[in-house]
Design a protein around this ligand. Structure first.
Ligand code: PLP
Length: 401
């Protein structure tokens, strides 16, 4: 009999990856399913980036690279951090991995021992807790309130820190809530962290280029330079450059941590895909104008979705400051019944009802640590979104008080 490890049994499959797969299966079975679950841009990777990959292949850049990333890409990343974030990282303070997900995985596996704690503000990206669990660590969830814009409050951070805390994971703009921290808010968190020098911070900045209403993005090491020597600044090309399938993520951080992460990577995946690394150089160094163009498209979709949801009795939401998700409350629908008499008690029931009655797939808030909410992605066409909103309205309308 196949024996699986305790390590594996501690984790669950990624709910967002599974939801995407389920939508594809239902469609293949002939159901007219609309999926608003995607955590990826619906745009194609810009042509100059694809051309750079082609050129890299024809130039023979098809071999193993340095484990921590090609010199060209690490230099491009260093220039990016300096140009966009005012952060100086040397080549040995940068790692390139197979997606930001592997960066996080490397960092946690290198530093978290059995019983060590990692503070994960909720709502959180689905993978943080499971990566911590895999390492034998304990994710310590800190709830945030919708009235605080789903942001971690300094006093709540203070309360969550113990002698066993190794990391705080900050994700801004946030998946799923879209919350984006201002410079002052980061400085207030930094004040708490200054009192606890044993706590390191991972900032997941993957949605950096997706902020709305002209909000400007700030990362922690920029807002609080004193924390730079215990901060891992994580980013990647997946979301900003519509490159999710290329699998390139990167981070800047203290040389000793980067060295440890490269050591781990050398015994797992080695360097990231050589062709994708060349394409990532073209992404970071090439024309950036499509980022603003895409952002304008996302913002129009966001506004349309928020306006439509706000008209539905029982659903409430705020416009997200960043990323491409709306995280809406379905609390007002709880206690209502389906036409055949089943009472909705949880957000999961509502999400199940949407799929069952309207063939609409969204993600349950419980996957992100907030049961009363559901997440829908607006990284899809206006036509799909309009039909999606019509279905949500119909599903809510069919419920009996
Ligand atoms: N971090 C967050 C918050 C995400 O939402 C995602 C993808 O959904 C990732 C990291 C993973 O990024 P990558 O494609 O670079 O692995």
């Amino acid at each position: 009999m196949l024996q699986l490890t305790d390590r594996l049994n501690r984790i669950k499959p990624s709910p967002s990856s599974m939801a995407g797969q389920r939508v594809r299966e239902l469609r293949a079975a002939g159901r007219d399913v609309i999926g608003l679950t995607a955590g990826e841009p619906d745009f194609e990777t810009p042509l100059p980036i694809r051309e750079a990959a082609w050129q890299a292949m024809t130039a023979g850049k098809t071999r193993y690279t340095d484990v921590g990333g090609t010199v060209e890409l690490r230099e491009a990343v260093a220039r990016k951090f300096s140009r966009e974030n005012g952060l100086d990282y040397a080549a040995n303070e940068i790692i390139v991995s197979t997606g930001a997900k592997q960066v996080i995985f490397n960092a946690i596996l290198c530093t978290v021992q059995q019983g060590d704690e990692v503070i994960v503000p909720a709502p959180y990206w689905v993978s943080y807790p499971d990566i911590v669990l895999l390492a034998g660590g304990v994710p310590v969830f800190v709830a945030s309130k919708p009235e605080h814009g789903f942001k971690l409050m300094p006093e709540d951070l203070e309360r969550a820190i113990t002698p066993r805390t190794r990391w705080l994971i900050l994700n801004s703009p946030n998946n799923p809530s879209g919350a984006a921290y201002t410079r002052d808010e980061l400085a207030a968190l930094a004040e708490v962290l200054a009192r606890h020098p044993h706590v390191w911070v991972m900032t997941d900045d993957i949605y950096e280029h997706l902020t709305y209403d002209n909000a400007s993005f700030v990362t922690l090491a920029q807002a609080a330079p004193a924390l730079k020597d215990r901060t891992l600044t994580i980013n990647g090309v997946s979301k900003a450059y519509a490159m999710t399938g290329w699998r390139i993520g990167y981070a800047g951080g203290p040389a000793a941590l980067i060295k440890a992460m490269v050591k781990l990577q050398s015994q797992s995946t080695s360097g990231a895909n050589a062709i994708a690394q060349a394409a990532a150089v073209a992404a970071l160094e090439g024309p950036q104008d499509f980022i603003a163009a895409n952002k304008a498209v996302y913002q129009a979709r966001r506004d349309a979705v928020v306006a439509a949801l706000r008209k539905i009795d029982g659903i409430t939401c705020d416009p997200p400051a960043g990323a491409f998700y709306v995280f809406a409350s379905c609390e007002g629908l709880m206690g209502r019944r389906t036409p055949d008499g089943r009472m909705l008690r949880t957000g999961d029931d509502w999400v199940g009802w949407l799929l069952e009655s309207q063939n609409l797939a969204v993600l349950q808030g419980s996957a992100y640590g907030v049961d009363s909410h559901f997440r829908l992605s607006f990284a899809t066409s206006m036509a799909q979104l309009a039909e999606g909103m019509r279905r949500i309205e119909a599903a809510a309308h069919a419920l009996i008080r």
